[in-house]
Design a protein around this ligand. Sequence first.
Ligand code: SAM
Length: 187
Amino acid sequence: MLQTAMRFSHTLLKEVIQTGDTVVDATMGNGHDTAFLAQLVGLNGLVYAFDVQEQALQNTEKKLVESGVREQVRLVHQGHETIATIIPKETTLRAAIFNLGYLPKSDKQIITKPDTTKQALDALLARLESKGRIVLVVYYGHTGGEAELAMVQDYCQQLPQEEYSVLTYQFINQKNNPPILFCIERK
Ligand code: SAM
């Protein structure tokens, strides 16, 4: 059976992340991706996880403690547009994940935005290791979602092919705007 975009995002991350790596969850939400990354990097690794909502930090903290992986995660209660100020320039990253859109069952006004997502991508690319990957799962059915999808598509298409490989993954015969996945890999 074909994997959902969310499941495929984890497959793509698992292929490149090893214990001891430093990685980023740019949109922590309820912490599903943060916990997944924390398991992959292990006790010697580090996950930076960002979100603007206090509730996201509380939910993620709980999930990490329950899963026994709290130690290797730095929870940052700030937007991912601040990545360049939080993660030192010399730190190299193996991978990063974004789930763009709003947090289900939460305030639908708090959404990711094209400008701030772009700032985060710039900062992540500047730190991405060779063979490292940035995965974006873009939910775009809400107001403002199409504009963000267009920005991500444009950003990805303009990356030089000598330096990056970029793929998209999407179901093209499903109703209700299923998410579209983008994966940027540095060569
Ligand atoms: N990956 C999450 C999970 O596993 O539950 C779901 C993420 S949800 C689709 C999008 C999240 O992005 C929301 O929790 C929202 O608060 C957060 N968000 C919105 N603007 C943000 C920003 N500038 N920086 C970081 N997170 C942001």
